[in-house]
Design a protein around this ligand. Sequence first.
Ligand code: TIU
Length: 222
Amino acid sequence: MARIADALPFAFDFDPARTALIVIDMQRDFMEPGGFGASLGNNVSLLRAIIPATAALIAGCRAAGVPIIHTRECHLPDLSDCPPAKRLRGAPALRIGDAGPMGRILIAGEPGAEIIPEVFPLPGETVIDKPGKGAFHATGLSSLLAGLGVETLLFAGVTTEVCVQTTMREANDRGFDCLLVEDATESYFPAFKAATLQMIRAQGAIVGWTAPAAAVVEALGV
Ligand code: TIU
C-alpha cells in the first residue's frame, strides 16, 4: 500500500498495483491556437502551465508500472457519433467537423485531435477516443478497467470542470477511489478549477481526493 499523507481532504491510501492513471484530452484541439478550445473563445495558453507536472506524473506512473490510459475527445469523420445538440451548442467560430488550421475540428485522425507531443502516449499505452465529455459514455473504459483489476484512479488532463470532472464523478459512482492531481489539470477559467477542487474535497471526499503530482510520485516510491 501507498499513502499520500498530504492529500486533501485527508490522507489517501491506495494500492499502486490496483491503480491506473487516466490522462484526459491533452489534445492540440484544446491546448493550441486554432483548435476547438480557441474556437469557443478561450485563451488556450492558460492550459500549457500543467505540461511539466503532467509529464512528471506520467513518468512516475510509468516507472512504477501504473497503467496509463489516455483519452481524446473526438468524433468519426461522418459525425455519426456527434449528437446535433453537441455540434450546434453555443456559437463557436468553428464547429465540430469544420475545417480549421489543424484539420477538421475534433475529428479522429486529424492533427488537432492528436495528443500534444510533451505527453504523447508510449507504444502499448491505451488511447481511448470518446465522443462525450465523460470517458465512460460510449467507450470501452469500464471493461478495460475491470480487466486491469483496478480499484483506484488518478486523474489528470483538461479541462478540469468539463471532461475531467465528468469522468471523475462517474468513476466515483462506479465505485473507484479517485484522486485528481491538482497541478496536472487545468481549466480555461481559473475560478472553475479552484471550485472543482473544492467541490471534490468537500463533504469528506464525497467525490474524491486531490494532491499535487510530486506527492503522488513520491508515494509511488519511484
Ligand atoms: N470546452 C471545455 O472546457 N472542454 C471541452 O470541451 N472538452 C474537454 O474538457 N476535454
